[in-house]
Design a binder for this molecule. Structure first.
Ligand SMILES: Cc1cc2nc3c(=O)[nH]c(=O)nc-3n(C[C@H](O)[C@H](O)[C@H](O)COP(=O)(O)O)c2cc1C
Length: 217
């Protein structure tokens, strides 16, 4: 989280410092692509999201393709790639998971990555980390079944997830270009709103509001 100052006049409800300067907080959101396919449409969707993010949000990829298969044998001595993977999740303000649906669930490569993040027991990287899930496939339900499974896993990992809007994107040829452009304005507008909603969730956790509310309850 980073704070910058803009010298402009805005309504009072916008956060300001004692000198009336507007406080703009910047966030880093890591994204995980649940596909390692070289032609992944979900990677294209992630690239599109990068270009549509609000000005105060930077999206950075958290790669999973070099993670070995997880085993408890590694718990005593994690490989560097897994240590780095976990640390990156801990360091970012929120995580966006962009995933395809495989056999009505999440791809094995993504589950493997989540297992690395969860272990060793008691040191889960997703604990209290705000997460949003989104995905695309050619199906009319646009990865909805995979996302339900993914949210169940994230709940166990104690990660608060974005409830609404839900990002079920039905892909069709030409919707997402190689460079991550979106051919359709309605979809682009939806994705902008989706990122704004997730940024609002991330900002509440970064400010510590959600944690203190949970303690008070
Ligand atoms: C093993 C496998 C299982 C699949 N199962 C589903 C599925 O359950 N639901 C679905 O909508 N698409 C399914 N598909 C089709 C994928 O949505 C499609 O291949 C998509 O392009 C994968 O995303 P990616 O290009 O980002 O890898 C499956 C594809 C594969 C290879």
């Amino acid at each position: 989280m980073r704070e910058n100052y803009l010298h402009t006049h805005r309504p009072r409800e916008i956060p300001q410092d004692l000198n009336g300067r507007i406080v703009v907080t910047s966030y880093t959101i890591g994204y995980i692509v649940g596909s390692i396919s070289s032609t992944s449409i979900n990677r294209r969707l992630a690239q599109a999201l990068e270009s549509l993010a609000p000005d105060n949000v930077t999206l950075v990829e958290i790669p999973i393709k070099d993670l070995p298969f997880y085993s408890t044998d590694f718990d005593a001595d994690f490989p560097q790639v897994a240590t780095d993977f976990k640390q990156t999740i801990k360091d970012v303000d929120g995580v966006l998971i962009v995933t395809p649906e495989y056999s009505r669930s999440i791809p094995g490569v993504l589950k493997n990555a989540l297992d690395w993040a969860a272990r060793p027991y008691g040191d889960g990287a997703f604990d209290h980390k705000p997460v949003a899930v989104i995905g695309t496939s050619g199906s009319p339900i646009g990865t909805a079944a995979a996302q339900q499974h993914l949210k169940a896993i994230l709940s166990h990992l104690n990660a608060p997830t974005l409830g609404q809007p839900e990002g079920f994107i039905q892909s069709h040829p030409g919707l997402l270009t190689d460079g991550g452009e979106i051919a359709d304005d309605t979809t682009a507008g939806f994705l902008r709103g989706y990122l704004e909603a997730f940024t609002a969730l991330v900002s509440r956790y970064a400010a510590g509001e959600e944690r203190s509310e949970a303690r008070a309850a």
